[in-house]
Design a protein around this ligand. Sequence first.
Ligand code: SF4
Length: 359
Amino acid sequence: MIDIEKFQHSDCIPDRQEIIELLSLKSPVDIERLRYSAEQLLLRLRGKEVYFRGLIEFSNVCSCDCYYCGIRGSNTDVFRYTLSKDQIVQSAAWCAQQGYGSIVLQSGERSDVAFADFVEQCIREIKDKTISRQIPEGLGITLSCGEQTAQVYQRWFDAGAHRYLLRIESSTPELFAALHPPVQKLQPRIEALRTLKKIGYMVGTGVMIGLPGQTIENLADDILFYRAIDADMIGMGPYIVHNATPLAHFKDEIAAQSEMIFKLSQKMIAVTRLTLKNVNIAASTALQAMKEDGRETGLTFGANVIMPQVTPVEVRKNYLLYEGKPCLDENAEQCRTCLALRVAAVGRTIAYNCWGDRG
Ligand code: SF4
C-alpha cells in the first residue's frame, strides 16, 4: 500500500507511478488519508488563509471554437457583450473596497489591436484607482484572455497585470486535438505559457477532469506538466457538458459518471497539492455546479483560492462555458456573503487586502 503521508514533506515528490496510484485510490479510508495529507501540507506551507480573486467576465466575444465551450465563436445563439471600461473599473473598485486584494479579468480570445489597447487601458486605470493604504500596490490583476503575442503579453505586464491564467485543458496531444479544431494547437499554447513565465508573470494553467477517453495516466501527465512548466497557479475542474456544443452527444455518458468525476476532481486537487507543494490552487465554480458544497470540499482537499463572481448580473448568464453554472443570479454582495460562510464552514479564513501570490 502506498505511503501517502510521506508526501506531506516538502522534499518528497511523487513520481509518475505514485501519482497514478494516488489518483487511483478508491476506498473512503484511503481517500480521506489523501485529503488529510494534502490539507496538512497546505496548512503548514500556506496557513488557513483562502485568497479571493474577484472574477470579472468582461467579454464573451471569442474567435476560437473550442468544442466543449458554450460561448465558442460559432455558437450564434449567444448574446455577445463586452463591458465598458467604466463598468470593469467600477467592478474592480468594488473588489478593492471589499478587501479582495486581487481580481481576474477574463474574456474570450481576441487578437485585434483594439482589444489589446482596451485591456491595457483597463489595467492601467484599475491600478490607478485601487492603490490605497491597505493595498499600496493596487489590486493584484490576473488576466485570462487567451493566446496573445509576446508583445501584447509584455504590454499588459508593463501596465500592471502580474498573473496570467491560460488553461490547456489536457496536456495529452490526442485529447487536446479532440477538444479543439485543427487550427488550435497544443504546442503554441505551451509556448505561450513559457513566454508568460519569461516575461515575469505568475503563470496559471489547468485541465478538465472526466473528459471522454481520458485516463488516469493522462491526468498524471497533466500534473507532471504543471510541474515541468513550474506553474504558480492551478485552475482545474470537472468537465461539464454544454448542450450547444459538438461534444453534447457525450452528455449521458458523462452524467452516468458524474460521481466518479467529482471524486476524481477532488483527488486531482489533493495530488496536485502534494506534488507542487506551495502553489495556489483554485476551488473551481464547476465543482459547485456538480455538488452544492463542491467548492468547500475543494478547499479541504488542498485548494486555497476562490474566485467570487463580480461580473454584473445582467450579462452573467451570457458567459456559460458549461451547463448549470451556479451563482448566475446572486449579485456580487450576495456572492461575497455566501462564500464567506462557505469558507468559514470548513474552518478556514479569508485573507483580505493582500495578493496572496505563491511563496
Ligand atoms: S474556452 Fe475560451 S477560447 Fe475556447 S471558445 Fe470558449 S471562450 Fe473561446
